[in-house]
Ligand binder design. Structure first.
Ligand SMILES: Nc1ncnc2c1ncn2[C@@H]1O[C@H](COP(=O)(O)OP(=O)(O)O)[C@@H](O)[C@H]1O
Ligand SMILES: Cc1ncc(COP(=O)(O)OP(=O)(O)O)c(N)n1
Length: 274
């Protein structure tokens, strides 16, 4: 049994954050461990409160895991402050555990999950030690300081991110204005690139899509798949979770973390090598 870790915020509504990560890990048969950076009071309608955890206690949680478990992959989600980011980066830099960074910034309802001053810390401390970074389009724009309107802009943003030292950048296309497909763009430091496409599902129940995708990626990396295999399988996991969405709550409902195990053979991802 492989052990993986999520360093993220708690979503009381259960669709994103630590809760989405643990559900995904469980479905993908890896043993999930957690470092909690913040509590959020949240449901499918939005975030009504954030209570950050002190950086010193974040450190204590992570150190407790590293002192005991052999961890095969780590992911980060909501990190909230530069103090938390510095603390995590310092500790992870001394390991050789693959690190997947989901640079969570803003919740679907528009509430901030990362302080403005922490953006630089992600760029300068976390990305240089990361294996994979998974921004959505607005996050890629914030990290690179450049607007993204075209595929050429996506490639430029990826080059910008790869220059920090991260091995692979996945720019997720959930926010692109394409009513037919959901396309994600993958770039490696060695110049290899591909995009992956699935049919776009017409639903408002997409709370936690980014967390769930990056958690699946972490589980597959932890299980020893190649990075490319892990990315494609994670895309299947999120596609099925959105296809079989759960209309729970009154706002943006969660994705269905059970769907991949029930239906994985039915999901096709189209790959375009470039
Ligand atoms: N309506 C949708 N149908 C199918 N896939 C989607 C849909 N919305 C998002 N995705 C996929 O979900 C994953 C998360 O993407 P995105 O929504 O861009 O991230 P985030 O949740 O971080 O904003 C990506 O693989 C994206 O292509
Ligand atoms: C605690 C917590 N972490 C992350 C998020 C954002 O999750 P994401 O997967 O990007 O999903 P949406 O916010 O777009 O639904 C969150 N809301 N809470």
């Amino acid at each position: 049994m492989q052990v993986v870790t999520t360093i993220a915020g708690s979503d009381s509504g259960g669709g994103a954050g630590i809760q989405a990560d643990l559900k995904t890990f469980q479905e993908l048969k890896v043993f999930g461990t957690t470092v909690i950076t913040a509590l959020t009071a949240q449901n499918t309608r939005g975030v009504s409160g954030v209570l950050p955890i002190e950086a010193a206690f974040v450190k204590q949680q992570l150190q407790a895991l590293l002192d005991d478990f052999s961890i095969s992959a780590v992911k980060t989600g909501m990190l909230f402050s530069s103090a938390i980011i510095h603390t995590i980066a310092q500790i992870i830099a001394d390991t050789n555990i693959p690190l997947i960074v989901d640079p969570v910034m803003i919740a679907k309802g528009g509430e901030s999950l990362l302080q403005q001053e922490a953006i630089d810390a992600i760029i300068h401390y976390l990305l240089p030690i990361a294996t994979i970074v998974t921004p959505n389009i607005p996050e890629a724009e914030t990290l690179t300081g450049k607007k993204i309107n075209t595929i050429a802009d996506i490639k430029k943003a990826a080059d910008h991110l790869l220059a920090t030292g991260v091995h692979c950048a996945i720019i997720k296309g959930g926010h692109l204005a394409d009513a037919t497909n959901a396309t994600d763009y993958v770039f490696f430091k060695n110049g290899q690139a591909f995009s992956m496409q699935t049919p776009r599902i017409a639903t408002k129940n997409t709370h936690g899509t980014g967390c769930t995708f990056s958690a699946a990626l972490t589980a597959f990396v932890g299980r020893g798949l190649t990075i490319k295999e892990a990315i494609i399988e994670a895309k299947k996991f999120i596609q099925l979770a959105i296809t079989h969405d759960l209309a729970l709550g009154h706002g943006h409902g969660p994705t269905n973390h059970f769907a991949y195990q029930n239906d994985k053979k039915s999901c096709e991802v189209t790959i375009y090598e470039s």
